[in-house]
Design a protein around this ligand. Structure first.
Ligand SMILES: C[S@@+](CC[C@H](N)C(=O)[O-])C[C@H]1O[C@@H](n2cnc3c(N)ncnc32)[C@H](O)[C@@H]1O
Length: 327
């Protein structure tokens, strides 16, 4: 799960990780598709029979994962994200960012550091990792997170975002209600989240930027579209979704064994966590179906050397930037 921030990177590796084209993805594809030992990754996945017992919810595996790694030693600040997504640096005054599946805060810390006017709302399905993220954010030197970091528990694959992010009244009035006082059209939701809301505020009036960094791949493919739609529902018109995740034929995909394959381009690790590998077409279809416009979408192809065995590694990530239409 190195893309998930769980290994130390050298300075060179970190700098190399954004917008990289060390090799051509089509060359990698040709190599993989011509290699018979990888053929099981390519074939269609058989549909499941109704007699199979339902699998445990995927979020449970993540909760156990975070419980086992409570030391937070996998924390790695993702400073390269600001180079990859410069709009974070240039974001407007008082921008609100939602980090979906925040883990230990690797992405949140970088965003908080880049501008004192950004507030980060961060959700995860694991209470342990939210606590760790809070600890890390508030103990990181050079980051003043007071009143700017708001972690909350949510299984985004099956639960709606709370009303205090973007209440129905403000959503239906086109997010133009910023600064209005509560009136009878608003639900009284203040009691549910008094910490976040100021007096006379019904909600925070939506999110300017959503970051999904190695989170969508952790969610079963069948639940991805509904997950994305939930995210889009709390985004302001014109708001951005910044996406980075595993790309197909990444070295880590090719390491999975046949019995770990649980769907087309979908795998389960020994610890029960899921990992999906995206093609650009799949990302395009999903984000388009969720109502987002594509601004940028490409593979980042990075060649690096395994420090333990000296072997050449070809890493593939998908970089994407999407926008919610303004009307
Ligand atoms: C690979 S980590 C990425 C963490 C973070 N975005 C980063 O940049 O390091 C994936 C995170 O997604 C979270 N996650 C997985 N399934 C989730 C779900 N259904 N709802 C909310 N969070 C989830 C996991 O707990 C984990 O912290």
């Amino acid at each position: 799960m190195d893309g998930g921030g769980e290994r130390e990177s050298t300075k060179h590796e970190v700098e190399a990780e954004y917008h990289c084209h060390d090799f051509d993805w089509e060359d990698l594809r040709a190599d993989v598709e011509a290699n018979p030992s990888f053929s099981y990754h390519l074939c269609p996945f058989p549909t499941t029979t109704t007699t199979d017992s339902p699998p445990a919810p995927q979020s449970e595996a993540w909760k156990s994962f975070h419980r086992r790694h409570a030391s937070g030693k996998f924390f790695k600040e993702r400073r390269y994200l600001l180079k990859e997504f410069p709009e974070l640096l240039n974001s407007k005054e008082c921008a609100k960012v939602l980090e979906v599946g925040c883990g230990n805060g690797s992405t949140a810390v970088s965003i908080l550091r880049c501008s004192p006017s950004i507030t980060v709302y961060a959700c995860d399905c694991s209470e342990d990792t939210l606590q760790k993220a809070n600890e890390i954010v508030f103990n990181t030197q050079g980051v003043d997170a007071k009143d700017r970091f708001h972690p909350f528990l949510l299984d985004v694959s099956k639960e709606a975002f709370p009303d205090w992010l973007f209440c129905n009244w403000c959503q239906s009035s086109g997010a133009k209600a910023v600064g209005l006082s509560l009136d009878s059209g608003h639900h009284n939701i203040r009691n549910e989240q008094p910490i976040v809301l100021k007096e006379n505020q019904c909600c925070i009036h939506g999110i300017d930027v959503i970051t999904m960094i190695f989170t969508l791949s952790a969610i079963p493919y069948d639940l991805m579209l509904a997950t994305l739609r939930r995210c889009v529902s709390v985004l302001k018109p014109g708001g951005l979704v910044l996406f980075r995740d595993y790309g197909i034929y990444d070295m880590t995909m090719l390491r999975f064994l046949p019995h770990q394959r649980v769907g087309f381009r979908e795998y389960i690790r020994a610890d029960g966590t899921f990992s999906y590998y995206f093609s650009l077409d799949t990302v395009r279809e999903l984000f388009d179906a969720a109502g987002l416009l594509e601004l940028e979408l490409e593979y980042c192809c990075v060649r690096s050397v395994n420090r333990k065995n000296g072997k050449n590694m070809r890493r593939v990530w998908v970089h994407g930037k999407f926008q919610k239409p303004t009307s």
